[in-house]
Every structure is written in structure tokens, then in C-alpha cells.
Design a protein around this ligand. Structure first.
Ligand code: GAL
Length: 438
């Protein structure tokens, strides 16, 4: 493969750091959501993988595995405890140490500015449903660009806005646990405005940086050839795959295929059409599976349902998601079709399986096969001349998988959460050898 292709591994602050109240950190919506016992078996990220204290050892492991690029996110409430106002010097110092540790190990840091852990104080002011968040976010981005921009070249403004607005503000299964269109639609619009504004702030302060943002993308197929199922699939595709990229590219929201989105207009202010547009240097695509869709009269707004993979007799991961490697190829192809996108990285791909430790070893052949088969599809895309410039495995270590707690294991490295001991799994060893060329 092309020597400039970026190989990496991805993580997120809340899922690994712990140190939830260490050294002046403010509460995030995930601290509050988990404290209410909202996740699997009341799991929380108060300690998680203790990456806050063990980052040196984990960066050393990344180095041992020959992984040249490390994607991690910054915790907004560690840096600005109340979300706005005073900056926490110890939060800045922590990320300075982490960035410097990466660089000292020859590892390129890739920063995600927002991976879902909104400062709780901002949620009290309305969170993503309050338009003022566009200014709050722009200020946070400015603080980070000024603090870390001298050493960090690769930036991602957001992680999967569809998931934090959909699961957090529509379905209520992620923090902050809000539901309904009245929360979801303004959250979507403000996330789009904040994403574009964040891109502008970064580019203005760091003109040499590569600035991107990341989107979840699942390949959508209709259950049958019936026109009803085909249209249902188009609506779901508009919601899951097009809602955030198209306004950035200047096409507005995909209202023609999903009419309920017209209601977002209520939240528009003069000039928003232009403010929603921003040309990112790259788009990160995060793919895990495909979805099969059928028409449904009883499901409001989309008139469609996803056919549960468990009922489709297909291979499944521990998340209950279908293992379907061609999905990643299809998503690369889909995003290549937009003229405004010139660079694509796969910023997440990976799988949870029920690992077992035998004689101190985790032989996770399913995960290894999952990654290898997805890489074949990435290579196929590249061989066909489609743009794709990098691939990051989700994730480094087993960690806190949001509402599912510590149950699903996604890591290349096993973590014993009693002792915090790390054990590189067979998949991690394989990835290390593959990248090391031996
Ligand atoms: C992504 C998310 C990650 C991780 C992964 C596996 O949607 O960005 O934080 O949880 O899914 O579910």
C-alpha cells in the first residue's frame, strides 16, 4: 500500500481516561448520566482504563505495536471545567504531557475536539439544543488550537454528530438522556453550525494544520425490491449518512428524502445557510456494519425500521451488529461521490467479540479476521482509484463502551479492570507485525 497511507488507532477521552474529577476537571454529561445508573449494570467511566495516569505505558504499547498515528479526544470539561470561562491549567498540562509523550515516541497525535463528553454546566444551560453552544464551542476550539497547535497537525472537530444527537437528544440512550424531535432537531442544527465554525477557527489559527471531522456511516440496503422498502431505505440513508455532511458541503439538509427535516428551518437565523458550509481538509468515515431497512407504518418520521441483524442469520459481533466487510467499501465509494470531499480517512473500524483469556493469552481470531477482511475492502477501493488515505482501528484497549458499559470488548489490547493489567491480544500482535513489516 501507498507509503503515505496513514495507519492508526483511535480512542476517546471518556472511554479510557478515568480521572473524572482529577485536578480541577469539571463534570461532563457522561459523568452525570452514568452516576444515575443509566448504563449497563450501572457501569461508569470514573476510572475506566486509568489512561489519565497510565498514558505513558499505553503510548509505549502503541509504539511497541508500530502504530504511527494515535487518535484521541480532549475532554472539554478537563480543559474548561464549566464549559465556558476559566481554563484549567492542569487540564492543559495533562494534554501537553500526552502530546509530548506521543511525539517522543515518534507517534503522530490526531486530536478529536468533541467525542460526546459535553461539560455538564453547559447541558444545564440547554446543551446542544441552545444556540449559544456555537459560541461556547468556538471558544473551546480556540483555547485548544492555541494550547496544542504548535505540535499537533491533525485535528478532527467532532466525532459522529449523528450518534450524539440521535442517541443523546432523540432516543435518550446516551447522555444527556433527552428525547424527541424538540430536542433532536435544534441539537442537529447547532452541531452543524458548531462543526463548521470549529473548522473555521482551527484553519484561521493553524493554517498549516489538516482539519477534518468524522461521521458514522453504515451501508443501507432495502429488505426487498419493493418501492416502499426502497424509499424507506432512502429515508434512513438520509438520516444516518447524509444529515451532517450535506449541509457542510452546501446542499442543506436532505429534506427532499426525509421531509421531517424541514422542521429544522424553524431554528434557522439569517445567514445560517452560509454559516453551515465549511470545506474540511478531510472527512473521517467510521464504519462498523450495514443496515437492512424495511417500510413501517408505525414508526414516526422515517416510516422505516432496521431489520435486526439477529433475525437475519448473519455473522454478528458482540454488539449484535452484522459482520459485513463490503460495507466499508460502499461507504468509501459513497463519500467519494461528493465533489467537495478531497480526502478521506477511515478514522474508526473494529469489532467487539467475547474474548477469553487462556494461559495469559487472548487469541481473538474473529477480531483479526474482521480487521483483515475490512482492510481487503479498503484496498479494493484504493485499487479502483477511490480516495482513501488512512485507516484507524477502533480501538487500542478494551474500554467503556457507552451505554453498554465494559461488556463489549473492542480492544487490540485486553484490560483486566481489577488490576488495570494490559495484555496484547493476537489481533494487536498481528496489527503490530503488519505495520512493522515483519
Ligand atoms: C463509534 C464511537 C466510538 C465507539 C465505537 C464502537 O460510534 O465513535 O466511541 O464506541 O463506535 O461502538
Amino acid at each position: 500500500m501507498d507509503p503515505d497511507f496513514k495507519w492508526g488507532v483511535s480512542t476517546a477521552a471518556y472511554q479510557i481516561e478515568g480521572g473524572h474529577d482529577a485536578h480541577g476537571k469539571g463534570l461532563s454529561i457522561w459523568d452525570v448520566f452514568t452516576a444515575k445508573g443509566s448504563c449497563h449494570e450501572r457501569h461508569h467511566g470514573n476510572t475506566a482504563c486509568d489512561f489519565y495516569n497510565r498514558y505513558k505505558d499505553d503510548v509505549a504499547l502503541i509504539n511497541e505495536l508500530n502504530i504511527p498515528n494515535f487518535r484521541f479526544s480532549l475532554s472539554w470539561s478537563r480543559i474548561i471545567p464549566n464549559g465556558i470561562g476559566e481554563v484549567n491549567p492542569e487540564g492543559i498540562a495533562y494534554y501537553n504531557r500526552l502530546i509530548d509523550e506521543c511525539l517522543a515516541n515518534g507517534i503522530e497525535p490526531w486530536i478529536t475536539l468533541y467525542h460526546w463528553d459535553l461539560p455538564h454546566e453547559l447541558e444545564l444551560k440547554g446543551g446542544w439544543a441552545n444556540r449559544e453552544i456555537v459560541d461556547w464551542f468556538a471558544e473551546y476550539v480556540r483555547v485548544c488550537a492555541e494550547a496544542f497547535g504548535d505540535r499537533v497537525k491533525y485535528w478532527m472537530v467532532m466525532n459522529e454528530p449523528m450518534v450524539f444527537t440521535g442517541a443523546g437528544y432523540f432516543m435518550g440512550i446516551h447522555a444527556p438522556g433527552r428525547r424527541g424531535l424538540g430536542n433532536f432537531l435544534p441539537a442537529v442544527h447547532h452541531a452543524v453550525l458548531a462543526m463548521a465554525e470549529g473548522g473555521r477557527v482551527l484553519k484561521a489559527l493553524l493554517p498549516e494544520a489538516e482539519v477534518g471531522t468524522t461521521f458514522s456511516g453504515s451501508y443501507i440496503q432495502p429488505k426487498t425490491d419493493s418501492p416502499k422498502d426502497i424509499i424507506a431505505a432512502q429515508r434512513v440513508d438520509a438520516l444516518l449518512n447524509r444529515l451532517f455532511i450535506e449541509p457542510l458541503l452546501g446542499f442543506g439538509y436532505p429534506e427532499a428524502d426525509l421531509p421531517v427535516l424541514k422542521k429544522i428551518r424553524k431554528h434557522f437565523k439569517e445567514g445560517d445557510e452560509a454559516k453551515m458550509v465549511f470545506t474540511f481538509d478531510f472527512i473521517g468515515i467510521q464504519n462498523y456494519t450495514r443496515e437492512v431497512v424495511k417500510h413501517s407504518v408505525i414508526t414516526p418520521y422515517v416510516n422505516a425500521v432496521l431489520v435486526d441483524a439477529k433475525k437475519r442469520q448473519v455473522p454478528l459481533t458482540a454488539m449484535g451488529w452484522e459482520v459485513y466487510p463490503p460495507a466499508i467499501y460502499q461507504m468509501i465509494k459513497k463519500f467519494n461521490e461528493y465533489d467537495g470531499i478531497t480526502k478521506i480517512y477511515i478514522t474508526e473500524n473494529g469489532a467487539a467479540f467475547p474474548d477469553t483469556m487462556v494461559d495469559g493469552k487472548v487469541i481473538d481470531t474473529e477480531r483479526m479476521a474482521y480487521i483483515q477482511n475490512h482492510l481487503k475492502q479498503v484496498k479494493k477501493a484504493k485499487d479502483e482509484g477511490l480516495e482513501v488515505s488512512g485507516y484507524f482501528v477502533w480501538t487500542l484497549t478494551d474500554n467503556f463502551e457507552w451505554n453498554e458499559g465494559y461488556r463489549p470488548k473492542f480492544g487490540l489490547i485486553h484490560v483486566d479492570f481489577e488490576t488495570q493489567q494490559r495484555t496484547v491480544k493476537a489481533s494487536g500482535k498481528w496489527y503490530g507485525k503488519f505495520l512493522g513489516g515483519d
